[in-house]
Write a protein that binds this ligand. Structure first.
Ligand code: HEC
Ligand code: HEC
Length: 192
């Protein structure tokens, strides 16, 4: 009787541990928090933009970067300095600015369970407040094989900020390697 109880509880324990390890290794190199994964860390890419005001106001000069590409603290800082936005004045009427800021803060990378958001957050120190996605360690690591001729000197790209010049499904929040087409260079060779 006692013995049977022990076996049963061992069985329950090992089943529980098996369950935990399959959560921990659900996604090869993805080291997001257990909570984030549980919230959907297996969702690929980033959550697509679903706010028409954001698309209109922040998608006029460049690709409308998904809120899940930067932490809330970055959006906070950016939205409080739109009069000096990368050398441009991107100021908005107070009401619109507040609406967009709320949207960005609510959907920022630190609150998202999408894979790319989790990875960007993982690459930052808690006191990093990057204003460029293209300056985050995760981004830099992912793009370190690209040459100047592919980006800066490429008239159809010009800057790393121009995500959708190469990522054909960027607007859908998808940055998968299979979907990359570098203008004048073609598809990206997958190496892993
Ligand atoms: C008047 C034009 C203009 C408007 C409007 C504008 N931006 Fe920008 N933004 C720029 C320029 C210019 C850059 C720098 C691009 C480069 O270096 O190639 C930039 C860069 C950025 C970057 C950094 C991209 C990177 O390299 O990772 C983010 C994030 C960004 N903008 C967010 C926003 C948001 C959010 C809004 C809306 C509140 C907005 N922008 C509205 C002109 C604008
Ligand atoms: C000049 C073309 C180009 C531009 C512009 C560019 N990327 Fe990329 N990106 C690439 C290439 C090529 C890779 C694949 C690198 C590798 O893993 O070998 C990549 C990889 C990625 C990955 C990882 C994909 C994966 O499967 O591991 C993400 C996420 C990403 N880019 C996001 C962005 C964002 C966001 C922007 C804009 C701020 C951007 N990229 C701008 C070419 C570009």
């Amino acid at each position: 009787m006692k013995r049977k109880l022990l076996t049963t509880s061992l069985l329950i324990l090992s089943t529980a541990m098996l369950g935990m390890s399959s959560v921990a290794f659900a996604d090869d190199d993805d080291n997001g928090s257990i909570l984030n994964r549980w919230l959907g860390g297996n969702k690929p890419g980033v959550a697509p933009v679903n706010n028409p005001q954001y698309l209109e106001e922040c998608g006029g000069c460049h690709f409308p970067y998904q809120p899940g590409l930067l932490p809330a603290r970055s959006w906070h800082k950016m939205m409080d300095s739109l009069d000096n936005h990368f050398g441009e004045n991107a100021e908005l009427p107070a009401e619109d600015a507040q609406l967009i800021k709320d949207y960005l803060l609510k959907n920022s990378a630190d609150k998202s369970g999408y894979k790319r958001s989790v990875k960007i957050m993982k690459s930052l120190r808690s006191d990093d407040v990057p204003l460029r996605i293209s300056n985050t360690p995760y981004f830099i690591k992912k793009h370190d094989e690209l040459t100047t001729n592919m980006v800066l000197n490429n008239p159809k790209v010009g800057s790393f900020s121009n995500c959708n010049a190469c990522h054909t499904q960027a607007a859908k929040g998808s940055f998968s390697e299979r979907e990359i087409l570098i203008p004048n260079f073609g598809a990206w060779e997958e190496d892993d």
